[in-house]
Every structure is written in C-alpha cells, then in structure tokens.
Design a protein around this ligand. Structure first.
Ligand SMILES: Cc1ncc(COP(=O)(O)O)c(C=O)c1O
Length: 385
C-alpha cells in the first residue's frame, strides 16, 4: 500500500475529470474560435468551465482568463500590471518573502529591468503583519502580491486587510490563491483583491491549466500576444480538454468544500498532535491558525529532512521537504528562513499535505512507522558524528 501525503505538490486527478477530459478530447475537438458547429461545441465547454470556476470563487465568468497553470497566472498578473502601469511612473512592487517562486522570481526579473522591489519580512507565525505593508508602501508602488495560503506551512494571510491598505495608496493587489482555492471558501469580493491566481492540479484537476481572475476595469497588459482569445487577454488556442477538466474539478470542489475541509482538518490535527506526543524533539512550523485544513509542516530535531523523506518513501509514504519546485536542491526552505527559524529547524522540516483520498487508517500507519524511523536516523547521525 502506498500513501500519498503530498497534495500541495499536486493531487490525483478526479475520475469525473478524466471522464470529461476524455470525452472532450475525443468528441469536442473543434477550435473554440471557429464559427461552425464544432467550434461552438468547444466554446460551450469553455463557457461551462468559466462559470464553474467563477461560481467557486464568487467571480463573474467574464473576468476569468484561462492560463497554462498557476505560474503563468502569477506571471501574467505581475508582469501585466507592471507593463500597464509603467507609463504612470509607478516603478515599485511589493511581495511577501514567503511567496512561491512564480512570484519571487518574476519580481527578480522585473528588478533586473529597473523595478524597485520590496519583500515583506515575517515572524515565526508565517503571517504578514499589515503594519509592515503600511510601512513599505509608497506613492509609486504599482502592485502588492501576497499569497492567500502558503504552500509549505499552510498559513492564511489577512488578504482583505492587506488589500485595503494597498488600495488606500492607489496600489493594485494580487493574491496567489493556488493553495487556498478548493481548500477553504474563497470569494474575490470578500478578499477585496484586484487579481487572483488559481491552478487546477492543486484540486484534483489536470496539470498545466489554471486561471487569473481580473477584476473588471483593472489596468493590465496581455503578456501573451497573438490572436484575440480570452477577450484579447491571453492569446493562443485554448486547451479545451484541460479547461473542461478544470471546470469539473471546480464544480466538484465546491460541493465538497465544507465537509472535506472539516474531515481533513480533523485528520491533520490528529496526525500533528500525535507526532508531537510520540516523537520527542518535534515542533510545528508556523501559526496553527489560520491555516488551510490539509497542511502541516513539522521539524524533527537531529534528522536531515531529505533522509527522513527517503526513509518514509521506502516505507511507501510520500511526504515532501517543502515546495516540490525547490526539492532536490537541498537548500533550506526560503519560507522557514524568512520566518527567522534557526537552521536546525529549516533543514529538518517535512511538509505533510493531505487530500481527498487520505484516510484515518493511513494516518495510523504513518504514526506507527514514524517514531522508529526517526530513532534509527538519529542513531545513524550520531554514529556519523
Ligand atoms: C502557492 C503556489 N503558487 C503557484 C504555484 C504554481 O502553480 P503551477 O504548478 O500550476 O504552475 C504553486 C505550485 O506549486 C503554488 O503552490
């Protein structure tokens, strides 16, 4: 039996999504821009998906632009606003220090082109202090980008408050909601943001498809130029099967959201509590609340995270050492470092992220295996010293 506890990296595709995608690939192969029947069939698939995603996040369907995933949505939001606002003289961008690389490296790229960038520091809670934002906003700040939920520790940021502060200075606000959509209720109006990114493969949809929600009237320049697709905001023939899959995943997530959130929170809390009780020298990273219900990040003193990951994998249990994008680098997590955690915590932490298929029995098996593995790894480390 293999256990998958790495749902923040990606999720298994829902069979209903596979079924729809297969049907679209097979039958609805028209180009959604074509006027004839085949084109209109494909366009109807896009319309259905747009409504389903809109309903999930409280947005108007026409304000959604389909993208090739969360990374593209983040790039489009930041580069598109930067380009649109450049003529106004605004040349400053702000993001939190714990953003995903899709945001951090986009800021770095713009910094090389003369933009000033500021990363908001955080404390060990992993939650951005709104006063810090107030302190770094200037009259030339074009955009603030703060993620809704963090992918490594799961903490939820006070987006509505942060967006209010940015707007008071005439600054636009983007949130990367890739890790919150379908895990907790997300409503664009309640968040008060101008732009929001999401990605299908984080909620049982296919990889390589996502969306950027752009509030009507927001100044943004298309970064992908070409035909008039997506109301001139993202050129390129739409990936209809993937977008239809995103739509089904969004519709299914909405119906399950409340019950699944409660179920996963109970599983996660039991797992976390039991690890702390049964394995000495363990600690949870980041504030316990507010957090998405499926995520925990735990440091295990005296054990290299990579060794623990491999040992668990040999027992059939898949966890991660933070973001999948930075795994394999052996670099300590930039998220835990930004929170000011000491190196023995940043290098010894694993992320466990639960999802739809996970059960009590799987958590029990993990709890049964972990103490022995940790004891063994600690004794090996001591011998090596
Ligand atoms: C917070 C966050 N933003 C953006 C991304 C990138 O999304 P995608 O994998 O769809 O490009 C991820 C995925 O790892 C993520 O966790």
């Amino acid at each position: 039996m293999r256990i998958y506890f790495d749902h923040n990296a990606t999720t298994p595709v829902d069979p209903a999504v596979v079924e729809t995608m297969t049907a679209v690939l097979r039958d609805d192969y028209g180009n959604a821009s074509s006027v004839h029947h085949f084109g209109q069939q494909a366009k109807a698939r896009l319309d259905d998906a747009r409504s389903a995603v809109g309903t999930l996040i409280g947005a108007e369907a026409s304000e959604l632009v389909f993208t090739g995933g969360g990374t593209e949505a983040d790039n489009f939001a930041i580069r598109g606003v930067a380009e649109a606002l450049e003529p106004t003289g605004r040349r400053h961008l702000i993001a939190s220090a714990i953003e995903h690389e899709a945001v951090l490296n986009t800021l770095k790229a713009l910094a090389r082109r003369g933009w000033r960038t500021t990363l908001l520091p955080l404390d060990a809670s992993g939650i951005v202090d709104p006063e810090r934002l107030e302190g770094v906003l200037t009259d030339d700040t074009a955009l603030v980008s703060v993620m809704h939920a963090n992918n490594e520790i799961g903490t939820i940021q006070p987006i509505a408050e942060l967006a209010r502060i940015a707007h008071a200075r005439g600054t636009l606000f983007h949130t990367d909601a890739v890790q919150s959509v379908a895990k907790i209720p997300v409503d664009v109006a309640a968040l008060g943001v101008d732009l929001l990114s999401l990605s299908a493969h984080k909620f049982n949809g296919p990889k390589g498809v996502g969306a950027l929600w752009i509030k009507r009237g927001t100044r943004i320049t298309a970064t992908m130029t070409g035909g008039k697709h997506e109301r001139n905001r993202r050129a390129g023939t739409e990936n209809v099967p993937a977008i239809a899959g995103l739509g089904v995943a969004a519709a299914r997530a909405r119906t399950k959201l409340a019950a699944e959130g409660q179920r996963l929170a109970a599983l996660r809390d039991r797992l976390e509590r039991s690890v702390i009780e049964r394995v000495p020298g363990t600690a949870v990273n980041g504030a316990p609340e507010p957090r998405v219900p499926n995520t925990t990040n735990i440091s295990v003193d005296g054990v290299e995270a990579e060794s623990l990951l491999i040992a668990l994998d040999l027992e059939g249990i898949a966890v991660s050492t933070g973001s999948a994008c930075s795994s394999g680098t052996l670099e300590p997590s930039h998220v835990l470092r930004a929170m000011g955690l000491p190196s023995h915590r940043t290098q010894n932490s694993i992320r466990i992220s639960l999802g739809a298929g996970n059960t009590d029995a799987e958590v029990d098996l993990f709890l049964e295996k972990l103490p022995g593995i940790v004891t063994k790894l600690r004794s090996l480390t001591r011998v090596a010293r």
